[in-house]
Design a protein around this ligand. Structure first.
Ligand code: ATP
Length: 950
């Protein structure tokens, strides 16, 4: 035993030495220029830290206010500070200004100005009249006019629902079935005077459902307002005019005014509030606007307050979160496609708005719900913790289900028939220059001060880490974003080479992609976190004569909607450039069928929101999304973190490759530059090997068939091999059980358990269908998948707790059973409390029933869910597809394969992963684990009953 430990330590020592030597060699190869630049930048950063620290001491009081206001960092809501949405951007020289193609975009006009409003209403009435008489020649197309032009005569008839609720026929008939369910649900909530969260996945028409409901309300004589009273919709700046144009299209009758400096009203804002209030209209306002005008808004009574992209109030401590909760009405709706992004606390904050008190006080919720659920999700959680977490999560689901409606695209695919989506992560090679600069910066005093615990830097470590990470990200994007920081004020910029695509690995990939897509006739959305990067991309597009449009924080809010419309309707624009924050939320960009996410965000929801701009209702073509990552760099770590924010599965965390993943939690892990392993894989592709895009499979199908032939076995042989595998795995299990019964040395036991976890024996997949439809269709499960409960996990606490777990495993058993039964009691009580409110909301039951039915269908038809879950199932999906669809898919595959083969050939892309398969596998593993745990919980319950009778 001592021998083994010694041997192990020796190997580790040898490995560490080898690593150190390799590191020295790399460091020696860093050029003098790179070291000099890094030193200069580090010096500047240090100076900034010092002046910032002094500044922050001086303005401590005011900065505290700003940090809790939630407005400064609220990106696109910067209408009062037009271009400060991406604070840490470098201001690079604008070489593009002279030749910049003019974006001649018209404004959308809201109804803030009474004269203009009356003109619009007259125009609409004329259009209606002329369409009815068959002489329509207007320029204002609305949903009712469109309906008449399609030959229908009943546009002014209402569709009556339960308790006299009337929705105009022309709207009702154009809604998808699930949207009708949504409208009914909103009406149910209205009648019981409560708020709700409409959480449908992005692009399923939440806006339309809300407008249909409000239109219905205005047609229904009900309640103190006798229909629809004056209401407020709060939305991010980019989408407020989208609301205007949706209202003007679907329900032109209603007055919709924007309270924002871009709005059409003139004069005092109080006058607008008064006018709008008396005409029972809709006041559209940004989140920043709420903070600014809260006093005047609270002076009036409002019927509805609706938060679009309501996840913006997920942090309960921001000023805006606190202020929106001050409106007195019970009719509060929150709309978001990403209800929970990071933690359960966020869910609490959202529900604290729609139904204050439902989830208790913040402290009580954190103690009794958030903490146990979070603990149960850790890889090292005990069985008791896991079971408790599961039960509490179920109880939480029961509480919130009546007030939350969420449907996924997969669930409603039979209604909306979205085209296919292919999403891949491309690992791009850094250029030589980038590598050199990256290594140079890693050796700089800023990074050294972070890694050196005894460093004498006075400023907070956190600030230094953030600056260093953002500097590394700049190098990943383009060397010039970094080098420009070292520029002296009067230094000339070399216009020939500044921002040149060849100098950045990712930009080279963009260059190749755009060239190919131009030939293939695709149109592209490019998202970047950074405005400076967007400028470099813009310069590139101009020099290659690509027609493009660009939207970032500097574009006037009232122009944004028309910019989007122009792109969607005008195919000559090949590229739409946007910052992820301004263009990635809420808008419809279905004109594009290709999406490039140039740099990843720490929060996976931000990137997910961005990519959903193209893949939504209205998209006719297959969509391909490429996320670009610089291989081996900080971007890969960010991506891993993104994935693990989506992972709740213990099994994934105890994957043989987990060591690599968990190192991302250490500072050292973040400040390294990883090389490819011996198989040519990056860190992430090695982790998710099974999801790797393997072109050779498709390219040389002839060869493949040769190989498969030579490796084929008879059925009998396969059966025999399976039997053997089963026997072996049983034996290993038996041995392990016997070993634990022998009370062997806990260290030895730990080693064995760890070994087994790292190299699990191949056990056949159980036959059970883990995609149990009930689980899949439960909204809360979808939400849970976005819950981050493993991200704080580190390798060290994993290992330490694993040892503890092994040592405690015997004594824990009895205690667990006792305390668990107590826990079950608590949960039962919560269940009972919530039964009352559930009874009132019949629609939700209808919806769930509906889902179960569709689920059954899918079980036998093997149509849905599977495509998101594993590659094998994907093949099956292909097989059952209609011929034409198959042809489309094949075409898309060959298009995408062609693109990838080109990129691989140029060695600009090192590897590619199927993003949705990576996330889908995690989902599958999660459900598998949950089901296993449910079984264990049931077994324990039986044991508890037996135990209690003894
Ligand atoms: N019933 C419908 N008929 C026609 N078009 C529809 C219908 N429902 C939705 N759409 C269209 O689908 C697109 C997406 O709708 P919408 O913007 O309301 O989605 P969303 O769920 O609010 O998305 P996000 O979460 O991204 O904001 C819009 O272009 C909208 O006009």
């Amino acid at each position: 035993m001592v021998d083994t430990i010694n041997k192990y330590l020796e190997t580790q020592l040898a490995l560490a030495k080898q690593k150190l030597e390799a590191k020295h060699e790399i460091e020696n190869n860093v050029t003098q220029k790179s070291k000099k630049v890094a030193a200069l930048i580090s010096k500047k950063q240090k100076k900034n830290f010092q002046s910032n620290t002094q500044e922050s001491h001086r303005t401590e009081k005011t900065s505290h206010q700003a940090s809790t206001s939630g407005t400064k960092s609220s990106d696109e809501d910067s209408e009062y500070l037009p271009s400060c949405e991406e604070d840490d951007d470098v201001h690079i020289p604008n070489l593009t200004t002279n030749s910049r193609s003019k974006q001649n975009i018209k404004k959308i006009i809201d109804d803030g100005n009474t004269t203009l409003y009356n003109e619009r209403i007259d125009n609409w009435r004329n259009c209606l009249k002329s369409s009815l008489s068959g002489t329509y020649e207007g320029d204002y197309i609305t949903a009712d006019v469109q309906y008449i032009l399609q030959g229908f005569k009943d546009h002014d008839v209402n569709h009556e629902l339960q308790n006299g609720f009337c929705v105009p026929n022309y709207i009702w008939k154009q809604l998808y079935k699930y949207q009708r369910t949504g409208v009914k649900w909103l009406w149910e909530l209205h009648q019981v005077e409560t708020g709700g969260l409409l959480g449908d996945e992005m692009g399923l028409g939440k806006t339309v459902q809300i407008i249909a409901f409000l239109a219905g309300l205005s047609k229904t004589d009900y309640g103190t307002w006798g229909g629809l009273g004056p209401s407020i919709i709060v939305a991010p700046a980019t989408v407020i005019y989208q609301w205007v144009s949706h209202f003007h299209f679907w329900y032109p009758h209603l007055r919709v005014a924007v309270l924002h400096h871009s709005g059409s009203h003139s004069g005092n804002h109080n006058k607008l509030i008064r006018d709008l209030h008396s005409s029972h209209g809709i006041l559209l306002i940004t989140y920043a606007g709420v903070v600014k005008y809260i006093k005047d808004l609270l002076l009036k009574k409002w019927h509805y307050i609706i938060l679009d992209e309501g996840h913006k109030i997920r942090n309960p401590n921001t000023q805006v979160s606190k202020l929106v909760k001050k409106f007195g009405t019970p009719h509060k709706l929150l709309i978001t496609g990403s209800p929970m992004q990071n933690s359960l606390q966020e869910l609490w904050s959202l529900f604290d708005f729609i139904r204050p008190g439902l989830l208790g006080t913040h402290t009580a919720f954190m103690d009794h719900f958030a903490v146990p659920i979070t603990q149960g999700g850790y890889a090292n959680a005990t069985e008791y913790q896991e079971a408790t977490a599961l039960e509490i999560a179920k109880a939480l689901k029961n509480i919130i289900t009546p007030y939350m409606l969420r449907r996924t695209k997969a669930e409603v695919q039979d209604h909306i028939h979205l085209p296919e989506k292919n999403e891949q992560v491309l690992f791009c090679a850094l250029t030589k220059e980038q590598r050199d600069l990256y290594m140079g910066y890693l050796m700089s005093s800023t990074v050294r001060s972070i890694l050196d615990k005894d460093s004498k830097f006075g400023d907070p470590l956190r600030a230094r880490v953030l600056v260093a990470l953002s500097t590394l990200r700049k190098i990943c994007n383009h060397p010039d974003l970094y080098l420009y920081e070292a520029h002296e004020e009067n230094e000339e910029v070399d216009e020939e080479t500044f921002g040149l695509w060849k100098r950045s690995g990712k930009m080279s990939v963009v260059h190749s992609l755009l060239k190919i897509w131009l030939k293939q006739g695709h149109r592209t959305l490019i998202f970047s976190q950074s405005r400076a990067m967007l400028c470099l991309l813009e310069q590139h597009l101009q020099s290659h004569d690509f027609k493009y449009l660009k939207m970032d924080g500097s574009v006037n809010v009232s122009h944004r909607q028309n910019l989007i419309k122009t792109f969607n309707e005008n195919a000559e624009y090949l590229v739409f450039l946007a910052t992820t924050r301004v263009g990635g939320l809420g808008v419809n960009l279905t004109g594009a069928d290709r999406v490039i996410i140039y740099d990843p965000d720490w929060n996976p929801a931000t990137d997910n929101q961005a990519k959903e701009r193209a893949w939504r209702i209205g998209q006719q073509r297959n969509v391909t999304v490429y996320r670009l990552l610089s291989a081996g760099t900080i971007e890969e770590k960010i991506y891993q973190r993104q994935i693990f924010k989506n992972f709740l599965s213990n099994k994934i965390l105890i994957d043989p490759n987990q060591k690599n993943v968990l190192t991302t939690s250490t500072l050292q892990g973040l400040f390294t530059l990883e090389d490819l392993n011996c198989e040519g894989d990056t860190e992430t592709t090695a982790l998710f090997k099974h999801t790797k895009v393997n072109l050779t499979d498709k390219v040389s199908s002839a060869e493949k068939s040769k190989v498969s032939k030579s490796l084929s076995f008879s059925k009998r042989k396969v059966e025999e091999m399976r039997r053997k595998a089963r026997e072996i795995s049983k034996k290993i299990k038996r041995d392990l059980e016997m070993a634990s019964a022998d009370h062997e040395d806990p260290r030895e036991k730990y080693k064995k358990k760890r070994e087994l976890m790292l190299n699990p024996p191949k056990i056949e997949e159980p036959e059970t269908n883990i995609f149990d439809d009930k689980i899949t269709s439960t909204p809360f499960e979808c939400v849970l998948s976005e819950l981050d409960i493993v991200n704080k996990h580190t390798k060290i606490d994993y290992e330490e707790n694993l040892i503890k777990d092994v040592l405690n495993s015997q004594e824990g058993e009895v205690n667990e059973v006792a305390s668990e039964s107590e826990n079950v009691k608590q949960v039962e009580n919560t269940d009972a409390n919530n039964k009352m409110s559930e009874q009132n909301l019949e629609t939700i039951k209808d919806y769930n029933d509906d889902n179960t039915r569709t689920g059954e269908k899918s079980k036998s038809g093997k149509r849905r869910y599977s495509s998101e879950c594993d590659i094998e199932n994907l093949v099956k999906v292909k097989k059952v597809k209609h011929k034409k669809q198959k042809k489309d898919k094949d075409k898309k595959c060959s298009d995408d394969d062609y693109v990838l083969s080109k990129l691989f050939a140029k060695a600009t892309v090192k590897n590619a992963l199927h993003h949705d398969v990576v996330v889908g596998l995690a989902e599958k593993e999660k459900r598998h684990k949950i089901q296993e745990e449910a079984i264990k919980t049931a077994q324990k319950a039986v044991r508890a009953i037996k135990f209690s009778t003894k």
